[in-house]
Design a protein around this ligand. Structure first.
Ligand SMILES: Nc1ncnc2c1ncn2[C@@H]1O[C@H](COP(=O)(O)OP(=O)(O)OP(=O)(O)O)[C@@H](O)[C@H]1O
Ligand SMILES: [Mg+2]
Length: 270
């Protein structure tokens, strides 16, 4: 498999949630939050998933991590592989451990979601321990390398999460996600809470990691100014469905759909 081959292909992905429940708690009706969504994340590249609040971006991202029990369609991981890819929606529970090593999730508050009672180095070490990738002095060395790679002083690993700024905590979340050497990282609004300067620094970190490790990102973001210049491809969602997708530069300079045009009009800087 080479760069540009898909790392993930979604085919007619749907996610539903219980809408109405009966008196005994049984589900009476369902509501589709994601419907007939198909896209490809190319290996070594970034696909941005954009659209207004509630359009189904996070539900899509969470389905890739196996966190949406009511997802249907196909989610093929490494579809160009010899086995034709594994459908994540059909993965038995025993298959998830191996896949979770390869697909990581970083979300808006991933730094704040760290266990506040654990020192930062312990939180970064956790996935390495779960997957038995390092132990003893080797474990600490690996954690130090990860902290350094995301721009943090390894000595700061002795501190607790609440002693870091929002941007630094997001770097810790990224370090934690990188430990298992994932191939695909689902980033859900990871720079949305940061100011513009820190946003740019985190995006530069992500771009550097992509060049260095051939990482692929599904980059969920409501801010089109962030996506422009960062994601090679963009998919626009509206009301649970895909409105438009294509190369970011092309789409942003000549959007085909009125909805995409409206989103772009709301961004002053593009
Ligand atoms: N656990 C849930 N139970 C029921 N409905 C849900 C649940 N999570 C999300 N939804 C609904 O599904 C739809 C899509 O939500 P989702 O969180 O995927 O949107 P989003 O695009 O990520 O929005 P935002 O930009 O605000 O994060 C929304 O209508 C939301 O209310
Ligand atoms: Mg969301």
């Amino acid at each position: 498999m080479s760069d540009g081959d898909p790392i993930l292909e979604a085919r007619s992905l749907a996610v539903r949630y219980p809408d109405q429940r009966g008196p005994l708690g049984g589900v009476r009706s369902w509501r589709r939050a994601v419907d007939d969504v198909s896209f490809v994340v190319p290996r070594g590249q970034t696909l941005a998933l954009v659209g207004e609040s509630g359009c189904g971006k996070s539900s899509t991202g969470r389905a890739i991590l196996g966190l949406q029990p009511q997802a249907s369609g196909e989610l093929l991981f490494r579809p160009a592989g010899a086995d034709g890819g594994r459908d994540l929606l059909k993965l038995p529970p025993s298959g998830w451990k191996a896949v979770r090593r390869r697909i990581a999730l970083v979300f808006q508050d991933s730094g704040s979601a760290l266990n506040p009672r654990l020192k930062v180095w312990q939180s970064v070490a956790e996935p390495l321990q779960i997957h038995r990738l390092a132990s003893g002095a080797g474990l600490r060395r690996r954690v130090d390398e990860l902290l350094e790679r995301v721009g943090l002083d390894p000595a700061s690993g002795e501190r607790y999460p609440d002693q870091f700024s929002g941007g630094q905590r997001q770097r810790i979340g990224i370090a934690r996600a990188l430990g298992t050497e994932p191939e695909l990282v689902v980033c859900d609004e990871i720079v949305s809470a940061l100011d513009v300067l820190v946003q740019r620094q985190v995006l530069e970190l992500l771009s550097g990691l992509q060049r260095e490790r051939g990482l692929s990102y599904l980059f969920i973001c409501h801010d089109l100014a962030v996506v422009s210049g960062f994601a090679q491809r963009t998919a626009v969602m509206k009301g649970g469905r895909l409105a438009e997708q294509g190369p970011t530069a092309e789409m942003f300079s000549a959007p085909k759909q009125e909805y995409t045009r409206c989103l772009l009009d709301a961004v002053p800087l593009i």
